[in-house]
Design a protein. Sequence first.
Length: 150
Amino acid sequence: MSYDEWERSVPETLKADTLWAKRIYRMALYLADSAWDDVDRLNANRRSWAVANQLHRALGSVVANIAEGYSRGGGKDRARILEIALGSAREARVWYYLGRRVLGDEYVLGRMALITEIIRLALSMIPLERQRVRIRRRPCPQVVAARDER
């Protein structure tokens, strides 16, 4: 499925989230979602079961960590979580390479190019996040008042 077809199929609940505006998130979600077919193809060959399992876990980790990182206030904490996503993206790229005998060289090169773009985006975002001052959210007055009443 092409990216455009996939994007049209994504539920509005996900698109309404401010996270959807982040290109890295959309790319990682597309890759993890569309990789199900790749994992099925790898699982069809007994010798590539381990590759399928590791690929599935790595791609899920990329998008999950991006989502978690953008749920933080920013700064060093977000940078640290993006670094985890970066490591998982690099790992997924290796697993795709190792699965090339089942998936095909040309196909894997396309997937690796998409992962490399995710890596490039993460590498450009991490230093910016490290420099950013973390946003400290103050609880709303009603929460403070309710807490004080206890």
